[in-house]
Design a protein. Sequence first.
Length: 394
Amino acid sequence: MGYTVPMPLTQSLLRIRSVLQAESASEDLRAVSRAMALCVFLWGIKVYLATWYVWVKGIPVLDETPGALMLLLGAADFAFCAVVAGVYWVLLQALRLLPRKAQPVTGTLLTVFIHSAIVVFSVASAKVNQVYGWPLDIGHVRAAGELEQMSASLGAYLTVSAFVMLVAGTLSFPVLSPLIRKGMMRIAPLRRRWALWGTLGVCAAVLSLLWANQLKGMYTYGLKKNAVLHFVQYYQRAPQPSDSAAKLREMETLVGTRGQELLRPRSLHVPDSSLARDFTAPAPAPGFNVLMIILESTSGEYIDSKTTPNLMALAETGVSFRKHYTVFTDTYKAIYSLFYSDYMIDLGTHPSDIYAHPLPQQSAMESVRQRGYSTAVFHSGFLNFQRLEYFWSD
């Protein structure tokens, strides 16, 4: 008994075969040229960042990179855009299922959406790079906290330079892609499908291998990274309360056999004899006001009568602690150690993601309030930074 293939299925199979066997690369050139227009824009961001670091920050970010290897700083962007070109091509082929008149409009809208999303993300990553020295990662997003705080952060980063980059990235699609397509059309071999994709794939693979080998260990302030690939590479899911036990086991492995100390962490693991203190023991201070003044990202060596005259005047007429060293350079961990007299292990996320209620540890403010003090917190950022209000919620 014979078997007859249904006509619609037969037509679909024939269409797929014709697509795969086609020698003309008109749609392929369109996909590749759009992706390469995006790549040129991403390279432009690299040039902007390198120039900004040298002229504004005075940091020669490319001194460690030999001249012959500077072109490899854009290798990750090229490889990423080669993948984007493949995505564009798949979309164009999938749109064949739509009516013929709807295919060009729908295809353009989808590729414009992808292009614009990458542009916005890359510009945001570049602005973060200027602050931290590396591209945007999930830690920055989670540190921003709630959606309102994140929108405030985005608004603060929307400077003139960011606006110019967004406009340039948007215009790169309609302006650069037709020019790149015309240029590739003049190269006869690239008008054939397999030659085009073969050339693109080989170039991406070779550049990626050279990038991984030649730039390994070189710190370039994020210039050798692609923003999207960097974000994906360092993405980690947010820890949940159920992860606490696993975190403790991980810490035990890192520090050896100090399991009991981790289960019941103490504020200090330094012997008293080796730590010089301002006072031998705390004493009651009736009638005195107590001020804890914290400057974000400011070391004590930069505080003097010229830079902070008011603080120095307070220090000269009051009791000043001169031998304190923070246990962390990370904001919320340092804040916790200062106000809770405790050491916070690396939770992998903000404490409010682990504890759904205020922290069980009693804070310094609660202790002094129990002794009759009135307490207050003043923050120049209205507590709109790294969810700091969580530490002072009670």
